[in-house]
Write a protein of this length. Structure first.
Length: 159
């Protein structure tokens, strides 16, 4: 099962390499560092629409929140929607071990630097609660949630 997951993850990441936002992704099976400048770069030139779930290795409700976002994206007719997970407390292979909890994941990021400063670069009002979900629509508008987005918000995101 583990090797099948690695093959699927590798294929998903390889396919994402032809997208216009490929500069924010890494080689298949790799975790991309997420530092204080990453969020600004993603907001400026990242994919549209897109979803980002900020999580920790111990967040028990994060996989469920991601599943709801993934189901909302799957209902979207048209282009595939990038779904990214940002691990806040582990990186590298430790972060990849948690990817199994996020079916449909497009890209795995991991905080690289001072965690509080990175969180502040994402949202100065974020109270460090996970899951923290950011949906970016095709016009670049953001919706932010602590916990899973509502069905209405998911429809508005891709509507």
């Amino acid at each position: 099962m583990n090797s099948l997951f690695k093959i699927l993850l590798t294929l998903l990441l390889a396919l994402s390499g032809s997208a216009p936002w490929a500069q924010t992704t890494a080689a298949p099976g790799a975790v991309v560092d997420f530092d204080e400048s990453t969020w600004a770069t993603l907001l400026q030139s990242g994919p549209r629409p897109a979803a980002y779930l900020f999580t920790t290795s111990y967040c028990s409700t994060c996989p469920e929140a991601f599943a709801k976002v993934q189901a909302g994206a799957a209902a979207h007719k048209g282009q595939a929607v990038p779904l990214s997970v940002v691990m806040m407390d582990v990186g590298g292979n430790q972060a990849l071990r948690h990817a199994v909890h996020f079916q449909g994941l497009t890209q795995m990021y991991a905080f690289d630097g001072f965690e509080a400063a990175i969180r502040q670069s994402v949202d100065p009002h974020w109270p460090n609660v996970t899951p923290y979900v950011v949906l970016i629509d095709k016009k670049g508008r953001l919706q932010k949630f602590i916990g899973p987005p509502t069905p209405k918000a998911l429809r508005a995101w891709l509507g």
